[in-house]
Design a protein around this ligand. Structure first.
Ligand code: PEP
Ligand code: MG
Length: 315
């Protein structure tokens, strides 16, 4: 019933419903499952299960393969999000006391310019073949976005000098998945073309809790009032600055969160391919008015359990 349909809420407002993928081959699955594009291509998998870095051409081929499958649909490529729980042995990353707070993701890439620029050049070259967008992970401050964008400009100049093609207007966005990025979402929104909310990390960083630790995992919930406020602030800042805002963390596929996201003003959902039709169906259930009524009450509640109980009673 929801296959080959647009993603519409009960008022007819349209949403983008994308997929999360980890390998170029998964783009096929995204299309088969009726995804309208790819909202998160986790590129670290190209760097894992091997003994040396993939070179520019190998990466170019992988990104080109994915975007060709999508036939004009968007492909948001997240630059290398290494460190934390994602290790690449041959990079010889130093052991850190606090890897989740450490030298990882955009921090590592900005400090390893050659590795980062190789990836950006590959993405730019592939951008000739479709609607590719670049996304930086784990951003915490404006300087990181500006620095990343400067390196993109350097790569464009290098490719131009080599006579290689690229989309000069490629969109550049960030994952908002740290407490800092939520706090300064209004400032970050002026620096980029889109946000994608990474609730997997945002929940952990906001609640200062490691979901892998069973003693504190009870705190790990996107229905904690602190997390909902972060999400609301990010979406509001994006809307006020006229940029698009998606969600690519697991929470985007939670039927209980969908009405809140509609009310906050999310414009794009990115979920695993198998969840596409389920999420389309959930979005179709809600008018903006009903979603707003639910949101208005939920945001007055003080605890996660009250919020969960209340939403359950309304589904
Ligand atoms: C997230 O943090 O929500 C996210 C999508 O990124 P990852 O799960 O790859 O850290
Ligand atoms: Mg993340």
């Amino acid at each position: 019933m929801f296959r080959n349909k647009k993603t519409l809420n009960a008022d007819g407002t349209e949403y983008e419903l994308f997929c999360n993928i980890g390998k170029p081959e998964d783009a096929v699955k995204a299309v088969e499952c009726d995804g309208e594009g790819v909202g998160l291509f986790r590129t670290e998998f190209l760097f894992m299960d091997r003994n040396s870095l993939p070179n520019e051409n190998e990466q170019f081929e992988a990104y080109k393969k994915a975007v060709m499958v999508l036939k004009g649909k968007p492909l948001i490529i997240r630059t290398l999000d290494i460190g934390g729980d994602k290790e690449i042995p041959y990079l010889g990353l130093e052991k850190e006391e606090n890897p989740f707070m450490g030298y990882r993701a955009i921090r590592y890439c900005l400090g390893n310019k050659d590795l980062f620029k190789t990836q950006i050049r590959a993405i730019l070259r592939a951008s000739v073949y479709g609607d590719i967008r670049i996304m930086f992970p784990l951003v915490t401050c404006v300087e990181e976005v500006r620095h990343g964008k400067t390196l993109v400009e350097e790569c464009k100049a290098e490719l131009k000098a080599q006579g290689k093609g690229f989309n000069n207007d490629i969109k550049i966005g960030i994952m908002t998945e740290t407490a800092a990025s939520a706090a300064i979402a209004d400032l970050l929104a002026k620096e980029c073309d889109f946000f994608s909310i990474g609730t997997n990390d945002l929940t952990g960083y906001t609640m200062s809790c490691d979901r892998g630790n069973s003693k504190v995992s009870y705190l790990y919930s996107h229905f904690q009032p602190a997390v909902l406020r972060m999400i609301e602030k990010i979406i509001k800042s994006a809307s006020e600055n006229g940029i698009t805002v998606g969600m690519c963390g697991e929470a985007a596929a939670d039927p209980m969160l969908v009405p809140l996201l509609i009310s906050f003003g999310l414009t794009e959902f990115s979920v695993s391919p198998v969840s596409v039709l389920k999420v389309r169906k959930e979005i179709a259930k809600w008018t903006k008015r009903d979603a707003d009524a639910l949101r208005d009450y939920v945001m007055t509640l003080h605890t996660q359990s009250e919020i969960v109980e209340y939403i359950k009673s309304k589904l």
